[in-house]
Ligand binder design. Structure first.
Ligand code: ADP
Ligand SMILES: O=C(O)[C@@H](O)C(=O)COP(=O)(O)O
Length: 423
């Protein structure tokens, strides 16, 4: 059917996060890995294109987003969503603002909103400042992220250097007054020449109000949670047809692999819990890989019983990440790990693995691309923002979950297996 909302996500876990929250509505959501090289066919009402552009050079991130936007327009979309991280992960150049501005130009939008709030995962915005739990972003563990360390908590200050037009704020006091007040505030800001409007939101009820008050905009930007109310809004407007509902999924055989390249505080805790539960595991680090290559890890993997869901992980504490980056450089250290985990995924698939649990956004991008998965259908949610997905790779049906670094509870790796066993 014709696509109603066309979404572009800057990384793969972010894309499954967004797709999972849209799919809570029961509507069919389809996720494409990269911009499809064929014309739209059998499209869903909600289409999400996953890019791997969060840390890409600005020009490349813009080019990828514009190509995605063209494909989504061809699929029929007239409304668009630009998804980035709920912790506003950016490089010094962008890419959140530059991509938003480029999309505004091609869509013909003179104003858009920025709302990375995700209350179920502890991301709240107040007076333009982003909080992770009770901590300002820049005091949270995101200050030590291996690729995008976040050292400021104020979204207006983070966004302003990334865009050429004026940045403003609609604060919580206005949001609390309801959708009409939100709309009026946007109009007033537009009159004053403000194109980029950051929105405060601390709970799901705020997101409902914002989604209602901004329904006239053709481009919205944010984390996944601000998109959650959209399916109901579109259904109320009569935009969703009879064939919009999602299909039922069955689980592939229980041969699994867990691949973890995230170094977030939560993934560190998840790995520690999985190890404590006695899972077979192999720890790698970029310095060891640079010296010995991937051979020893692949030999270990070849001997594993995949029904026990073995874990291969580079997940490490900030000090050891910093030590590897000092010797190899930030990009190279990350690339070595991503290349290894991507090779492990292909090796595991060829050895019979049919369920893949992957932790980390960049890591998920590397793994999914190596498996040459092109389209994911969205299945059950394991944790807020982390669904199981189903795809094909080398003629095999696979289940894959792509976990954002900071998402999920400490028992996530075990919980993921329980959720799919229950299908
Ligand atoms: N021990 C390590 N030392 C240095 N870099 C690492 C290490 N382990 C993983 N990395 C890299 O850190 C980055 C983590 O990013 P990502 O996978 O997006 O995780 P997250 O979802 O937590 O942001 C990846 O590029 C990964 O290859
Ligand atoms: O919005 C979010 O927090 C996630 O969807 C996301 O994008 C997280 O990125 P990674 O932590 O790099 O997986």
């Amino acid at each position: 059917m014709t696509t109603v909302l066309g979404c572009i996500a800057d990384d793969f876990t972010g894309a499954t996060d967004l797709a999972g929250l849209l799919a809570r509505s029961g509507m069919r959501v389809s996720l494409r890995i990269g911009v499809p090289d064929t014309a739209p066919e059998d499209t869903a009402p909600f289409e999400v294109i996953a890019l791997k552009s969060r840390t890409a050079p600005k020009a490349m991130a813009i080019a990828d987003a514009l190509a995605a936007c063209r494909w989504l327009k061809d699929a029929g979309a007239q409304r668009f969503f630009w998804k980035y991280c709920s912790t506003f992960d950016s490089t010094a150049e962008g890419n959140i603002g530059p991509v938003a501005e480029a999309l505004m130009d091609v869509i013909g939008a003179d104003q858009t909103i920025y709302c990375p709030a995700f209350p179920e995962n502890g991301r709240a915005i107040f007076m333009g400042n982003l909080f992770v739990g009770e901590q300002p972003l820049a005091e949270s563990s995101m200050k030590d992220h291996p690729l995008t360390p976040m050292r400021d908590s104020n979204l207006m200050r983070l966004l302003a250097p990334q865009v050429s037009r004026q940045v403003g704020l609609v604060n919580r006091l206005t949001v609390a007054k309801g959708p009409d007040a939100v709309r009026d505030a946007l109009m007033a800001l537009r009159k004053a020449g403000t194109a980029h409007v950051v929105f405060d939101a601390v709970e799901n009820a705020d997101l409902q109000i914002i989604a209602q008050g901004t329904r006239h905009l053709t481009l919205l930007t944010g984390g996944s949670a601000i998109a959650m109310p959209l399916p109901q809004i579109y259904a109320d407007e009569g935009l969703l047809g009879a064939n919009s509902q999602t299909a039922h999924h069955t689980a592939p055989v229980a041969r699994s692999i867990v691949l973890s390249g995230s170094c977030s505080a939560m993934t560190n805790a998840q790995v520690a819990t999985y190890l404590k539960n006695g899972a077979p595991a192999y720890q790698v680090d970029p310095l060891m890989l640079a010296k010995e290559g991937n051979g020893p890890v692949l030999s270990w993997l070849a001997q594993q019983d995949l029904s026990r869901a073995p874990l291969i992980y580079a997940t490490a504490a900030p000090e050891s990440v910093a030590a590897a980056q000092e010797k190899l450089g930030r990009q190279k250290a990350g690339q070595i790990v991503e290349d290894l985990l991507a090779e492990c995924a292909v090796t595991a698939r060829d050895a019979g693995a049919r369920r893949f649990i992957v932790a980390g956004g960049e890591t998920s991008g590397a793994v999914t691309q190596a498996l040459k998965a092109t389209q994911l259908e969205i299945g059950p949610e394991i944790a807020p923002g982390v669904p199981w997905t189903f795809t094909e790779s080398a003629g095999q049906r696979l289940a894959i979950t792509l976990k954002s670094g900071n998402f999920g509870s400490e028992d996530f790796f075990t919980k993921a297996q329980q959720v799919i066993d229950a299908l």
